[in-house]
Design a protein around this ligand. Sequence first.
Ligand code: NAD
Ligand code: MG
Length: 384
Amino acid sequence: MEKRTIAILGATGSIGTQALDIVSRYPDRFDAVCLTAHASSEKLFELVRRFRPRCAALNVEPAALPEDVRFCEWFFGPDATVRALLASKAQDALCAIVGIAGLDAVWAALDVCQRVLLANKEALVTGGDLVMRKAAGKGIPLLPVDSEHSAIFQCLQARQGNPVKRLLLTASGGALRTWEKAAMYDATVRDVLKHPTWCMGGKITVDCASMVNKGLEIIEAHHLFDMPAEQIDVVIHPQSVIHSMIEFEDGAVLAQMGMPDMRGPIGYAMGWPERLPYDAKPVNFYELGHLDFAAPDYDRFPALKMAIEALKVGGSMPVILNGANEAAVGAFLREQIPFGRIPEIIGHALEHVPVTAITSIPDVYAADAAARADAENTIRRLAC
Ligand code: NAD
Ligand code: MG
């Protein structure tokens, strides 16, 4: 593989820093030419000192720029990520911003990059049809970084033209997997952020506990692999060793396994089609002894069902689900609402925000704004 230039968008986050771990292991293969973050300036300065990119960006302008990071071109403000990406002329972009806030970056990466490595699932949940059409039209590979989608992508390489009957997305079940329904309602931020198998950013960890994350991933899988909702199933698998599976017409199931470590799927997308060894812990089946599976419980995790329904309805429904969830998760993390209100807030938005057709990116933002307004209203009402 020749040396490639890569932009890490959301460089200070959980995915961003693990991607930079792969970059540091393969200095002959990757040059991180663009690093961006929202507000965590000190963290970004450290990364800039270490990886010496051409361009860097912060949405929130810091009070001062240290002398030793001034060698690169800096961008500040709400569209700083996109401006830095364009200026960097990176061949590849790893889109690892959290939330719909990353959609513009994915869109811009499809204009200027040769490959887009996608961790930012909300960009597909909200702009999925538009993003997939643009990538296909330009012939740009959209390489999944989400572990389940990377697993399916890896399994699909063995498909040899055979039709796939079903995608089976595995789910750890999140921090509250074994909790009683009544206790879940008042789970604290501390309870929810204790993920059993993965160490991730705050928003996705909350989404795992509500299982909204798995709902978002069903929508993501629908777009990436062109599968209807009816052919995507969720399997609860607490050990997170099987990252996902595909089933063929003859009943054969292929699974991709590995110990839970996001550097696996991140490295696979970065090196694709080559595999890049890192210090992965090997799967030790003797030590594991058994792997467990269960059906999802829609009674305790109603938002998962809502996401499946939103995908089936289509149009702006998935955007509404995502927008209401982002608002609700923000309020939960600020301790303004109990955990159990998250699905209620999403449910209210899905019921009350009018469904529209999505034919452009501005349509996505309009639906997102309407969903957030509805969610914020519900949150205010609850706070009174
Ligand atoms: P994180 O919160 O740890 O990091 C987010 C990054 O995006 C940070 O660098 C932050 O500065 C930047 N950012 C946040 N808001 C921004 C904004 N408005 N504009 C520009 N930049 C912004 O999040 P994460 O856990 O790394 O997740 C990133 C994405 O990857 C999410 O979409 C998540 O669902 C997906 N993902 C994460 C994991 C994981 O293991 N963390 C696994 C699968 C998928
Ligand atoms: Mg995932």
